[in-house]
Design a protein around this ligand. Sequence first.
Ligand SMILES: *[C@@H]1O[C@H](CO)[C@@H](O)[C@H](O)[C@H]1NC(C)=O
Ligand SMILES: *[C@@H]1O[C@H](CO)[C@@H](O)[C@H](O)[C@H]1NC(C)=O
Ligand SMILES: *[C@@H]1O[C@H](CO)[C@@H](O)[C@H](O)[C@H]1NC(C)=O
Length: 114
Amino acid sequence: MKTTITTAVIFLAVAARSSVVFDVSTEPGGQGIRMSWVTNRWVCHDITEEGLNKNISWAFVDVGLANGCTLYEEADCKGEHVDIEKNNSNILGPGAVNLTDVSFDDKASSWSCY
Ligand SMILES: *[C@@H]1O[C@H](CO)[C@@H](O)[C@H](O)[C@H]1NC(C)=O
Ligand SMILES: *[C@@H]1O[C@H](CO)[C@@H](O)[C@H](O)[C@H]1NC(C)=O
Ligand SMILES: *[C@@H]1O[C@H](CO)[C@@H](O)[C@H](O)[C@H]1NC(C)=O
């Protein structure tokens, strides 16, 4: 019994560590409609939330096991894309990105983290 509980706790700890928090919003500087997505790496998500499809103007890879997240112009993680690197104390990574700065304003229809 004790072994089972220990195993479950370890599993949860690993699951929590392997997820990534990816924040996006519809206006520069984290303003407008804002979402905080939690995911595992390598999973493609179509943007189905109301008001977000082709309307994202800001992105920030917050915490978790990932090097960054990618926004794609088409559903199914296809088409033109842009990588948003993870924030590493703003020393190794760029921190939050206004998508006008990378020519990807109001374009994203799907995303995944890597
Ligand atoms: C993004 O845009 C906002 C609002 O214009 C500005 O306050 C902020 O400094 C910008 N951030 C970056 C990283 O350029
Ligand atoms: C885009 O986001 C703004 C808020 O920043 C919202 O007012 C607008 O309705 C959204 N547009 C679409 C097409 O969903
Ligand atoms: C990036 O991470 C560092 C350390 O965790 C934090 O101090 C900084 O405010 C973060 N940058 C942004 C834009 O949130």
